[in-house]
Design a protein around this ligand. Sequence first.
Ligand code: ZN
Length: 216
Amino acid sequence: MTATALIEACHELAQRGWVANHDGNLSVRRPGHGYLVTPTAFRKADVRAVDVLVVDDSGAVQQGRHRVFSEWQLHRAVFNARSDAMAVVHAHPPYASAMACADRRLDPCFMAEAIVSLGPAIGWVPFAVPGDDQLTDAVGEAARMNNSALLGQHGVLSWGSDLTMAICRMELVEHLAKIVTLAQAFGGVRTLDSGVVRTMTEKHIKAGLAAPDLQR
Ligand SMILES: [Zn+2]
């Protein structure tokens, strides 16, 4: 994956209204060559190829003239927990972030297709101030079992085998959060029978989309 893909993903987050001000950060793992990451304090609409950084595991900048974002530890926690994750995306899509900020969990088990694509659960990471080790540990824990997570009082983190997959997962999380919100007008979403959830989870695993810990 190249810096161009990272830039396009930055611009997509901005176009979709998933970030405001300097919100959001993205990273791509390049085995043996560190990580391509977005610089801190940039509007995602304004990031250009020349602004992209290369950092090592510790977040030290190897290439580039800007500083790395402060949430790098969260991205690294995902990469450490998931050898299959090659890209991590963080943003504040409004419906999913509204749920996270209201301390509400998001459960995909009301829509069969969503379980196949995303898995039977979305991770939940309780709020902690950025930089707190507890937050990093909780993100790693969420990554072992899930393909995305709501960050309490904050936003959404998603990951995948490339940037497109990480963004697709965030898109689905946001879509589900919107449906949950709209369904409130009709008494709320109804959870599928446990047998259906099991069948769809098996399809999710069979499709090679599941977190390794879910397959055990
Ligand atoms: Zn954020």
